[in-house]
Structure formats: structure tokens, C-alpha cells
Design a protein around this ligand. Sequence first.
Ligand SMILES: CC(C)(COP(=O)(O)OP(=O)(O)OC[C@H]1O[C@@H](n2cnc3c(N)ncnc32)[C@H](O)[C@@H]1OP(=O)(O)O)[C@@H](O)C(=O)NCCC(=O)NCCS
Length: 172
Amino acid sequence: MSTILKKCSLEDLLKLQEISYETFTETFKDQNSPENLSAYLERAYNLKQLEKELSNISSQFFFVYFNDEVAGYLKVNTNDAQSEEMGDESLEVERIYIRSKFQKHGLGKYLLNKAIEIAMERNKKKIWLGVWEKNENAMAFYKKMGFVQTGAHSFYMGDDEQTDIIMTKTLI
Ligand SMILES: CC(C)(COP(=O)(O)OP(=O)(O)OC[C@H]1O[C@@H](n2cnc3c(N)ncnc32)[C@H](O)[C@@H]1OP(=O)(O)O)[C@@H](O)C(=O)NCCC(=O)NCCS
């Protein structure tokens, strides 16, 4: 049994699109219309968009492998790659997704700790993220990991305006 972390490069584009589609769909399909889900997937995870994000020097993607299978991925942003203006002392966890069959085995914590490690190395003062108010599983996970609610912002799933809770962890 082994857990391996790999930083993604442009060569991982197709693999990134595949896991992005799969994990987003399995997380949100039960609470959203197929039309809104498809609209979001096409807008957020088309190859051109993902290629742009992989090429942005202020963003980093990582795959976590469990026994040679991609079990999940992480995307972190700093500086102006952050989806809100949080300033240069913050790091955003924009995406953290573990495929359902690998959940609850410590891999989410492993990826989040990687994000915290990057933030500390870069002398960031806080780490933050947006989570859909109806995603109770993820919110419970973030609370367990020491995040607290600090705000909210809008998020569009297709044409459905939803509320994302902003959660923050202060780093010492
Ligand atoms: C949220 C997610 C990343 C958590 O990853 P995970 O691998 O399942 O969680 P872990 O096994 O690493 O759990 C880490 C800790 O959080 C706790 N935890 C995880 N989910 C929890 C929950 N729903 N309620 C309470 N505690 C929870 C675990 O018990 C564990 O505690 P421990 O350190 O004392 O053992 C994962 O479930 C996931 O990818 N969900 C679907 C996608 C998603 O919602 N992503 C976030 C979008 S904002």
C-alpha cells in the first residue's frame, strides 16, 4: 500500500480532465439538474481552460496516487490566481477531490496538509476555500481540519446561483 503525490504538468491534461469530470459529477449530480451540471463541466473543465490553469505560474495541481491509481487531486492558487481578492498573504485551495472509493482513508487530509505545507513555505498567513453551503461532508472535513467560516460568495452552477461558504485557517 503506497500513497504518492505528483505535481501535474501539461502532460497530465487529459488525466486531469478525466478526474475533474468524474469527481465533480459524483459529488454534485444528486443535488443539481443534469443541464446545470453539464454547463458547469463544459465551462470549467474544457481542455483549453484546464491548459490555461495548468500553465498559470500562480496555480499548482497535484495528483495523489494510491496503489498506482489516481485517487484524487488538489489545486491551489496564490496571488492573482485566487478566485477572490484575498491578497498576497493568502493561499486558496480551489479544488480538493478524492474519488468516492478512496474517501475516508486519510487522502483528503494528506492533500490538505500539502496545501498547508506550500502556504507555510511561502510565508502565507492564511489558507482559505469556498465550499457549497449544501456540501455538508466537505464542510465537516474542513472544520475537523481547523477551518472556520469567514464569509460567503456566489457560485454559478450553470444558471443556478448558489452560495459558497468561505472557510479560513490561520497559519502560525
Ligand atoms: C471532502 C474530502 C476531500 C475529504 O477527504 P477524505 O479523504 O474523505 O477525508 P479524510 O479521510 O482525509 O479525513 C480527514 C479527517 O476528517 C474527518 N472527516 C472527513 N469527512 C468527515 C465528515 N463528513 N464528518 C466529520 N469528519 C470528517 C475524518 O474523520 C478524519 O479525521 P481524523 O484526522 O481524526 O482521522 C472528500 O470526502 C471528497 O473528495 N469529497 C467529495 C468532493 C468534495 O466535496 N470536495 C470539496 C469541494 S469544496
